[in-house]
Design a protein around this ligand. Sequence first.
Ligand SMILES: *Cc1c(COP(=O)(O)O)cnc(C)c1O
Length: 415
Amino acid sequence: MAYSDRIRGAYQATLKGIEDAGLFKRERLIHSPQAADIEVEFPTGSPLKKVINMCANNYLGLSSHPEVIKAAHEGLEKRGYGMSSVRFICGTQDIHRELENKLTAFLGTEDTLLFPSCMDANAGVFEAILTKDDVIISDRLVHASLVDGIRLCSAMHDTIKHSDMEHLEEKLQLHADKRFKLVVTDGVFSMDGDAARLDEMASLCEKHEAMILVDDSHATGFIGRTGRGTHEKCGVVGKMDVITTTFGKALGGASGGCVSGRRELVEMCRQRARPYLFSNTIAPVVVEGVLKVMDLITKSTERRDKLEKNAAYWRRGLTEAGFVLKEGDTPIVPVMLFNAKLAQDVSRALYDEGIYAIGFFFPVVAQGQARIRTQISAGHEIHHLDKALEAFVKVGRRFDILGKTKQEIVAKYGL
Ligand SMILES: *Cc1c(COP(=O)(O)O)cnc(C)c1O
């Protein structure tokens, strides 16, 4: 037997180490569609409990929207279930191209290519457009999928301190001898909820002849006045050379992603990006769902406007209650607890109060930066937010963290 006791024992010891460190993640089983109100089985085997979901990426509340579901049903009837092919063999339907064109218009770019996920878009894009004569300069807090995509590419890699524009300019000068320079950032950073300074980055890139790539997964559909993304918020629509984003968050939340941007760069991905060439095409039912989402959010900004109001209401409530938050103005509102076990305990206590909000800790965030990341949705009504706030206050009081500084929380609970 190849999977010997020695091998099994080693993995068991590693897993026990994860558990002993308070870093073990347990999944909670949801028995209902994704929405503000969900039914959850937790711990596994317990009776179902109705709770308010405060941690989905369902920013626009479209994950279970009746019109999206209807469009997906119709797509299933008209275009079938699966394509059983990658795009370039026999996996491209008219609707795949239609969605690419809609995304191009929405994002204000020149062309778009669909990927099975944004993780795949990021895994494929760098290798497709860069060589060993080039350099990638990325923000130190970019998403794990960008880190992996950069690893898969032969270009040199350098980083800058988070959102530090002086450091960026220094690095652009340092790498002036390279053939091409590509600056890489998240639009909205997923763990902290702060937005990149894309206007300043775009100016620096112009000055130093560098390209810029932004992963706008936590922004597409709702950041900016008409929800086009962080580039709209920063007034630089048309200046992003590459945008990668996901359909797995605000845009209906099923799956899929894309690379959008300069015509030649997108074409290079069509020719060379390995997850595009070697992984199955997005199912027609998902394409039809995302097409409907694009229609809904192009016609009206009602949902992103409601989301903005909800997020401001929630942030104000938590601030007034005395929690330590990460500053920002996006629907990602991290409640800082610093200690991993405390984050898990608070999450569990919130659950008992009917609130679903997960603790984040190492390796998802840095050591000593554990938190509960709350995420607001247009699917929330004020009564959801009020009930959640009441629960947060009750639990915060029980753990004695209200009105306490980081130092006081760390002194009590450790790092
Ligand atoms: C969620 C996320 C991804 C992954 O998107 P998928 O489509 O689920 O693979 C990539 N980048 C960022 C910044 C994300 O937040």
